[in-house]
Design a protein around this ligand. Structure first.
Ligand SMILES: Cc1ncc(COP(=O)(O)O)c(C=O)c1O
Length: 368
């Protein structure tokens, strides 16, 4: 028995996503790089890397983690690199992608020997949430101006690819297609000068019912018409539905609603839900009894959500909170000193392996 709270990464639930990515590569030629900002639980990287082509990153430490733990290509991207880290970044990566022409100029000399790219912001996205919208007004994410980009390509040289990331939890192929057509109409003449194009993440192509064949055909056509190698940077699509947060009920009370307090905290262990004001997902979520499941931090709104159960909850009951992989384990923190969830992995044969536990020493070491 593993002491709760713990994240349980289930390889049998990860596998269908991985198989779709491998199928997509074979059908379209597009390579998939895991976006480490979303999921960086490196114990399962060997398993994932058999189906994917490498990693992409948002910082020096992610670049290094990708290089050290995930076979295949290592793409380095960051909103801004610092002078003191650029040599190490260049040392770890296969390709480096700059967010601005300014950064490209600044680090021209140390990055010359690498394959280099530039992030381009097409000014449109599939996001309706301002906080996560790369095309929000005044967005700092990538260069917007085709003329300025063209001038930089000519003046600086040595740029062989672009990265576009403007999809966000986009489960509609038609919208993806529209956005790609927009990119082609604005930047097609520059894309044709490139060898590779990354279309970023945010495309929910592993979800049930997504028209994978049409997606593959569109990617293949894009690659063929422009003469480029296409990359995708799936985060959420790679790990969706693979992981749970396993918790235990510590107390129950009635305050006009039935409440259960568990040995975890949405703020400390599933922060992304709180930031975007989403409820967690519980399975099963059916039955006559409705309960609000709450975290144990001091935050008044530390609530996972309201769920239905067959029986009234009791102290000691075990609950499984779903979808705890994407943007969850990477954001866990020590707020309130709540015990950080351990990490366990369910192997394909059903055995569960405890891979990491955190204790007081880790809590103390995070500050000084
Ligand atoms: C540049 C870039 N690539 C890839 C991703 C991964 O996106 P997702 O997890 O939605 O697939 C992100 C997410 O923010 C991103 O900013």
């Amino acid at each position: 028995m593993i002491q709760t709270p713990y994240y349980l990464v289930d390889k049998t639930r990860l596998l269908p996503n991985l198989e779709k990515m491998a199928w997509l590569r074979q059908a379209s030629g597009a390579k998939s790089l895991l976006a480490l900002k979303c999921f960086a639980t490196w114990d399962v990287f060997d398993f994932m890397s058999a189906y994917m082509d490498g990693t992409t990153s948002s910082s020096l430490y992610e670049v290094r983690l990708g290089r050290e733990h995930f076979a295949g290509e290592t793409h380095a991207y960051s909103v801004a690199w610092a002078d003191h880290e650029i040599d190490e970044v260049v040392g770890h990566c296969d390709k480096i992608i700059f967010n601005t022409i300014g950064q490209l100029r600044r680090f021209d000399a140390p990055s010359r020997a690498k394959v280099r790219g530039l992030r381009v912001n097409p000014g449109v996205s599939s996001s309706s949430f301002d906080l996560a919208d790369p095309a929000r007004p005044f967005s700092r994410l990538g260069e917007h101006d085709a003329l300025a980009i063209e001038r930089a390509l000519d003046e600086i040289g040595g740029i062989s690819g672009f990265m576009f990331h403007n999809n966000c939890e986009n489960g509609r192929f038609e919208r993806f297609d529209e956005l790609l057509s927009h990119i082609e109409s604005r930047f097609g003449h520059l894309i044709r000068r490139m060898d590779w194009i990354s279309l970023g993440g945010g495309i929910a192509f592993t979800q049930a019912g997504y028209p994978l064949e049409r997606f593959a055909e569109r990617l293949k056509r894009f690659a063929g018409e422009h003469g480029v190698q296409v990359y995708l940077e799936p985060g959420e699509a790679a790990v969706a539905h693979s992981t749970t947060l396993e918790v235990t009920v510590l107390d129950t009370l009635y305050n006009g609603k039935r409440l259960a307090i568990v040995d975890s905290s949405i703020e400390a262990h599933m922060l992304d839900l709180l930031v975007y004001r989403y409820a967690a997902r519980m399975e099963p979520d059916a039955g006559p009894h409705e309960w609000m499941v709450c975290g144990k931090s001091c935050l008044a709104g530390d609530v996972f959500g309201e769920f239905r159960f067959e029986q009234p909850l009791q102290v000691g009951d075990r609950l499984s909170i779903q979808d705890a992989a994407a943007y969850t384990m990477v954001k866990k923190n020590w707020f309130n000193g709540v015990r950080m969830p351990a990490i366990a992995v369910r192997e394909l044969d059903g055995t569960v392996r405890l891979v990491r536990e955190f204790g007081y020493a880790d809590f103390a070491a995070a500050l000084s």
